[in-house]
Every structure is written in C-alpha cells, then in structure tokens.
Design a protein around this ligand. Structure first.
Ligand code: SME
Length: 164
C-alpha cells in the first residue's frame, strides 16, 4: 500500500514532529543517500503542515555558496551566498534561525511574495560538516517557534548517517 502523508496541521506540534520522525525513519530505512533524504523529508514536512515552501539549499562551495536542492512548493531562487538572507545567515552561523516576520529581517530574500515567516535549520553530514540548510516558509506570521526548531533539528540528525 502507498504510504499517505498525514495532515498534521491540527496535531500538537511536538506530537506531529515525533510522528514525522517515525515516518522518516521508516521511509528512509536502508538508505544513506543525501538527495533521497532531502526529497523524502521535504515532501513529508510540506504536506503534513501545508507550508508555502519546504526544501533544502545545499552547500556547493563551503563558506561561500548555497544552491537549491530538493523542495516542494512554489519556485525557489537558485543560489544564495553565505551571509545573505535567512538561509545564508543560518549557513554562515551554523545555527537555526527563526524569523517571525520576514519583512523585519534585514536582507530577507523574497522568492515568494506571500511568505510572512520562516525557519532555517542547518544540516550536518557524517563528518559533522555543514552540507545544507532546510528552509521552510509560511504564509502566516509567526508560524515557527522553539518546538519547530527542536523538531526540525531532530529530523535533520538523519543526515549525520548519510554518505557524501
Ligand atoms: N527567504 C529565503 C530565500 C529562499 S526562499 O524563500 C525559497 C531567505 O531569505 O533566505
């Protein structure tokens, strides 16, 4: 039977992330492929929560350049320099950045004019190197909080056991 992504919009966030971590483990069992992980995880998150944009920007030049990877939603920009926008800030500082109001974030890159709030989480690979950032954009103000940060950081630990 085809697995169906559950709609978790009405589920308390911590329960929702626990459920998604279980699903991620089942769906990716036996895989250590980064792209498979990014594609599957972005589809899970995007459809479970109904966000505007959910996806990855990959580190293609360490400390310098991010390029778009697997994502779901409206079109994303192709490349982001470290230090620019929310994604570039999270990459340069290697920390989760929660932005309750994107219009109040200096240098925010508007790929979709409907975006109102955003969270970006660093993704580390097997050797602890930064390999990507996960970016989620919402049409609602202040959509993301510390529970999202913890839940998403937990989902991103899957990438520590990948190759490449
Ligand atoms: N808003 C992001 C850019 C990426 S997209 O919106 C998909 C940023 O400021 O980093």
């Amino acid at each position: 039977m085809e697995p169906v992504i559950p709609d978790l919009r009405a589920t308390p966030k911590s329960d929702a992330y626990a459920r998604l971590a279980e699903l991620q483990a089942v769906l990716l069992e036996g895989s250590d492929d980064v792209i498979a992980g990014m594609a599957t995880t972005s589809a899970l998150l995007h459809h479970a929560f109904g966000h505007l944009w959910t996806g990855f920007y990959r580190v293609v030049e360490p400390d310098r350049l991010l390029r778009v990877g697997p994502y779901q939603g409206s079109l994303g920009c192709l490349e982001i320099t470290f230090g620019r926008g929310v994604c570039g800030t999270a990459a340069a500082e290697q920390r989760t950045v929660v932005v309750p109001d994107v219009h109040a974030f200096p240098g925010h890159i508007a790929c979709d004019g409907r975006s109102r709030s955003e969270i970006v989480v660093p993704v580390f690979g097997a050797d602890g190197r930064l390999i990507a950032v996960l970016d989620i954009d919402s049409a609602q103000l202040a959509m993301f909080d510390a529970v999202d940060a913890a839940g998403l950081e937990r989902l991103m630990t899957w990438f520590r056991s990948t190759r490449g």
